[in-house]
Design a protein around this ligand. Structure first.
Ligand SMILES: O=C(O)c1ccccc1NCC(=O)[C@H](O)[C@H](O)COP(=O)(O)O
Length: 224
C-alpha cells in the first residue's frame, strides 16, 4: 500500500498549520461554514492562506456555496480544491468545476451499501470524492462530527477510485482503517482536536506517526 495522502481539516491557526507542515506539508483544509467551530471568515482565511503560502495544497470546505462565494474564494484564497459538503448535485459539481477552474472534491455521506452505490453518479465529474460518515440526527454540521462509518462498506467501491476516507478517524483507529480499507487518502478533523475547533499539536503528531507505522509494514510486505 502506498502512503495515503493526508488532509488535516479545519485548521484555524498558524501553530496548527506548522504542526501539519512538520510532517511534510501534505494537504490542509479550511472550513467556511458559519455554524462550525472551525469556521474562518474570508479575511481570516486569506491571512492563514498567506501564512501557509505554497507549502501545502489547500482545500476549502463549503456547503452548497453560491456563485458569489465561490468567486470570492477563488479570487481571495486561491485554493487548489473546493470541497463540496452539502447536497450539490452532479450537475452543480460539474458547473462549479467549470466556473472556478478549481479541482472539486465532493463529500458523500455513507451509512449503508446504497450510499456506496451513489458514488457512481459523481465518478468522473468530481475530481475526487470524500467518503464521510452520515451526520447524526439533529447534528448542526454536515461534517466534522467525529463519527465513523463501517469501513467494510468500502469493499464495494469501484477499483481505482480516487477518494479520501473520512469521519471519526483518530490516532488510535487510523491504523485499523488503513489495514482494512487501504484508502488512497485520509481526512481528519475532530480526532486531532482537544475541543471542537481547537487543533491539538500532539494529536496531529500522533496521527501522522500512526499512519506511518501502519503503512510501513504493508509497504515492506508488498516489496518482498
Ligand atoms: O469540520 C467542520 O466543521 C465541517 C463543517 C461543515 C461541513 C464540513 C465540515 N467538515 C468537513 C471535513 O472534511 C471533515 O474533516 C470531515 O467531515 C471529518 O470530520 P471528523 O469526523 O471530525 O474527523
Amino acid at each position: 500500500m502506498r502512503h495515503p495522502r493526508i488532509k488535516i481539516c479545519g485548521l484555524r491557526t498558524p501553530e496548527a498549520v506548522d504542526a501539519v507542515l512538520r510532517h511534510g506539508g501534505p494537504e490542509v483544509g479550511f472550513v467556511h461554514f458559519p455554524k462550525s467551530p472551525r469556521h474562518l471568515s474570508l479575511p481570516d482565511m486569506a491571512a492563514l492562506r498567506a501564512y501557509l503560502g505554497d507549502r501545502a495544497a489547500v482545500t476549502i470546505v463549503t456547503v452548497d456555496p453560491d456563485d458569489a462565494l465561490l468567486e470570492a474564494i477563488r479570487r481571495d484564497i486561491r485554493p487548489d480544491t473546493i470541497q463540496l459538503h452539502g447536497s450539490e448535485t452532479p450537475e452543480r459539481v460539474a458547473e462549479i468545476g467549470r466556473r472556478t477552474g478549481l479541482a472539486t472534491m465532493k463529500a458523500l455521506s455513507v451509512h449503508d451499501a446504497h450510499d456506496i452505490a451513489s458514488v457512481a453518479s459523481y465518478r468522473g465529474i468530481a475530481d475526487r470524492l470524500l467518503l464521510d460518515a452520515k451526520a447524526p440526527k439533529g447534528a448542526v454540521l454536515p461534517g466534522g462530527n467525529g463519527v465513523a462509518f463501517d469501513w467494510r462498506l468500502l469493499a464495494g467501491l469501484p477499483a481505482g477510485l480516487d477518494y479520501m476516507l473520512s469521519g471519526g478517524l483518530t490516532p488510535d483507529n487510523v491504523g485499523a482503517a488503513l489495514r482494512q480499507a487501504a484508502p488512497p487518502g485520509l481526512d481528519v478533523s475532530s480526532g486531532v482536536e482537544s475541543a471542537p475547533g481547537v487543533k491539538d499539536i500532539h494529536l496531529i503528531d500522533q496521527f501522522f506517526d500512526a499512519v506511518l507505522a501502519a503503512s510501513q509494514p504493508l509497504e515492506g510486505r508488498r516489496a518482498s
